[in-house]
Design a protein around this ligand. Structure first.
Ligand SMILES: [Zn+2]
Length: 526
C-alpha cells in the first residue's frame, strides 16, 4: 500500500467514523459495561480501566471495543464500512476482522474464534479471546491476562513482589508474599486497624497485589506503587491482637525467591461497645533477642552539625553558609532534647571548626549514643528545587541519591587536600558498610519517622526518605540518619533557613520524632 492510499483510507475512515458517531445514539449497553478490564503498562503509561461487554446470547465471552484495542496495543486501524472489514496493524502483523464472522486472518493465515466479531454503538467489538489466543503468542511485548481478576499487563515490568496468599490456622492468619530476594522493608503499625509495609525498591502490579476481600484476620489488602518503593496496606480485623513480619526462606538457601510473611495472632474479641478501639494499636510479636535489643531505652542522642571551619558546605544565593545554619539548629535541638525529653546529647562540634568524618563517628560511638542525627542543608543548580528529605546509609538507588551522597562526601577534600577528586566520587561505591548494615532496618524506620514529623511541621515540599552511601554515617554503631532541612539554592528556602521560627519548627519536628521513636521502642511487652 502506497503512502497516498494509506492517507486516503485514513481520511475516509475518519469521516465514516464521525458520521457513524453522529448517526448512532448511545444505547444502554454503552452506559453500563458488564465488566471492567484493568490495564497495567510496564513502560509507565497510566493504568486504565476499559469497559467490557457480553454481546452474545448464551455465551459468557466478553467483548472489548476495537478503539480500546488500538489504543492499548498502539495499533494502526483501517475500517472499511462497505465491506464491513477492520484491519489492525500491531507490531508488523496485520489482523483482518469481518463483522459477524468468527474468522480473523493473521497476515495470510485464517484463525477461528469461538464467537463472532460484532458491531455495536459505532464500534467494532472484538472478543477478549482474540487478545489471549491470537495476539499474545504473536506480540513482541509480553502480554498477560489474569482472567479471574480481569487484569491485563503489557510489557515485562520486572516485578520483584509477585504474589500474595493467605493461610489460616487456629491461632491466627498468615499472609505470604512472594519476593525476589530479601528486600528491605519498614512496618508501621501507628494507625489502629492498619498495618502498613513499605518495601524499599519494591516493584509490584497494584491491581494484582490488591486483595478486595482478605481471609481470616485480614479484611483486605491495598497495594500502591510509587516511583521507587512499594506500599502494602493490610486492613485487619479487630480481633487481631499481635503481629509479626519476617522473611521465611523456603529451605533452600540458594533459592533467590523469598517469602515475606505477615502473621496476625488472634486475641480476645473486644468488649462491646469497644470505645477504645480507635486508639488501640496492635502489638508486635518479638523474639527474645529482638526484645533485648529493642527494650534498650533511648538515652543518648548524637547530633552532628554538618561541615564547619574551612568547609562552608553549601552557600546560599545571598551568601548564607550551610555550616552556620547546621550549627544553629543543632544547638537549639540539643537544648530541647535535654529540656523536653530529658535525654543526654553529645554534639560532634559546637563551634565553627572542621571535624573529620572519622572523628565524628568516634565521638558518637564512644558516647555509646542510641541515635545519630546529622544536620545538613541541600542545594541544586535550579533555584526552584526545594523541600525536606531524610537519608539513611544504604547503596544509592538513583542518580539523585548518588548525587546527594557525593556532595555531602565531598567534604573529605578539606580533610585531605591531596585526594584525587575521582577518589571522592568512588567513595559512594566503596562505602557500603557492614557495621551500619546491622542497623539498616532501624535506620530506615528512624528516617521514616523523622521525615514524617519534619514534613508535618515545615511548610515545604516533602521529598521523602532517600538512601545513599553517606561517608559521615560509616562505622556508626547505632541507627543513624542525615537530614537535609531545605535548599540554600532556593531563595525562599534560604531565607527560611535563617529565620528563628523556621529553625524552631525544625527542632519541634525532630523532638517529636525522637519522642515517637522512643515510644515505639518501649511499648513492646510480651
Ligand atoms: Zn551538607
Amino acid at each position: 500500500m502506497s503512502d497516498s492510499t494509506t492517507l486516503g483510507v485514513h481520511a475516509a475512515a475518519a469521516v465514516v467514523a464521525l458520521l457513524l458517531l453522529a448517526a448512532c445514539p448511545v444505547t444502554a449497553f454503552a452506559d453500563k459495561p458488564d465488566a471492567t478490564l484493568g490495564v497495567v503498562y510496564a513502560e509507565g503509561r497510566r493504568t486504565e480501566d476499559v469497559p467490557l461487554y457480553r454481546l452474545e446470547r448464551g455465551s459468557e465471552e466478553l467483548y472489548i471495543s476495537s478503539f480500546d484495542i488500538a489504543r492499548i496495543f498502539k495499533a494502526t486501524k483501517y475500517w472499511s464500512p462497505e465491506s464491513r472489514k477492520l484491519v489492525l496493524r500491531i507490531d508488523s502483523r496485520r489482523y483482518l476482522f469481518t463483522i459477524d464472522t468468527r474468522v480473523v486472518v493473521v497476515d495470510e493465515e485464517p484463525m477461528l474464534l469461538r464467537v463472532p466479531i460484532r458491531y455495536a454503538d459505532g464500534s467494532v467489538m472484538v472478543p477478549l479471546e482474540f487478545v489471549t489466543e491470537v495476539l499474545t503468542p504473536r506480540s513482541r511485548e509480553a502480554i498477560e491476562l489474569d482472567e479471574e481478576r480481569l487484569v491485563l499487563t503489557i510489557g515485562s515490568p520486572d516485578y520483584n513482589i509477585t504474589g500474595i496468599r493467605f493461610v489460616e490456622d487456629d491461632e491466627g492468619t498468615r499472609a505470604e508474599m512472594d519476593l525476589a530476594g530479601e528486600l528491605l522493608y519498614h512496618v508501621d503499625s501507628d494507625t489502629p486497624g492498619i498495618l502498613r509495609i513499605k518495601i524499599y525498591g519494591g516493584r509490584l502490579n497494584p491491581l494484582k497485589m490488591t486483595v478486595p476481600e482478605g481471609r481470616g484476620l485480614f479484611n483486605r489488602v491495598r497495594a500502591e506503587q510509587t516511583e521507587f518503593d512499594a506500599y502494602l496496606f493490610f486492613d485487619v480485623k479487630r480481633t487481631a491482637a499481635r503481629f509479626k513480619v519476617e522473611f521465611e526462606s523456603a529451605g533452600d538457601v540458594l533459592e533467590r525467591e523469598r517469602k515475606l510473611v505477615i502473621y496476625l495472632e488472634k486475641g480476645e474479641p473486644p468488649e462491646i461497645p469497644d470505645v477504645d478501639y480507635a486508639g488501640k494499636r496492635m502489638l508486635e510479636i518479638l523474639d527474645d533477642e529482638t526484645i533485648r535489643k529493642e527494650k534498650t531505652p533511648i538515652r543518648v542522642i548524637a547530633i552532628d552539625p554538618g561541615h564547619g571551619g574551612i568547609d562552608n558546605g553549601k552557600v546560599g544565593v545571598t551568601g548564607v553558609l550551610e555550616k552556620n545554619v547546621n550549627l544553629e539548629v543543632a544547638l537549639m535541638l540539643r537544648d530541647r532534647l535535654v529540656g523536653d525529653l530529658g535525654l543526654e546529647v553529645v554534639l560532634t562540634r559546637d563551634t565553627d571548626e572542621l571535624i573529620p568524618f572519622d572523628r565524628r563517628v568516634e565521638i558518637a560511638n564512644s558516647a555509646v549514643a542510641d541515635i545519630f542525627i546529622s544536620i545538613h542543608c541541600n542545594g541544586w543548580y535550579s533555584p526552584s528545587a526545594g523541600g525536606v528529605e531524610t537519608l539513611f546509609l544504604a547503596p544509592a538507588r538513583t542518580e539523585n541519591e548518588a548525587r546527594l551522597a557525593r556532595e555531602e562526601n565531598a567534604s573529605i577534600r578539606f580533610e585531605n587536600p591531596d585526594l584525587d577528586p575521582a577518589e571522592v566520587d568512588d567513595l559512594d561505591f566503596i562505602l557500603w558498610d557492614m557495621v551500619q548494615n546491622e542497623f539498616i532496618n532501624e535506620s530506615s524506620g528512624l528516617a521514616e519517622i523523622v521525615q514524617k514529623e519534619l514534613a508535618d511541621v515545615l511548610d515545604i515540599r516533602n521529598r521523602g526518605v532517600k538512601q545513599g552511601g553517606l561517608r559521615v554515617l560509616k562505622g556508626l554503631r547505632m541507627p543513624a540518619v542525615l537530614v537535609e532541612l531545605a535548599f540554600l539554592s532556593n531563595p525562599r528556602e534560604e531565607e527560611l533557613l535563617t529565620r528563628e521560627d523556621f529553625q524552631e519548627r525544625v527542632v519541634r519536628g525532630i523532638v517529636e520524632a525522637m519522642r515517637r521513636y522512643q515510644e515505639a521502642h518501649t511499648v513492646y511487652t510480651r
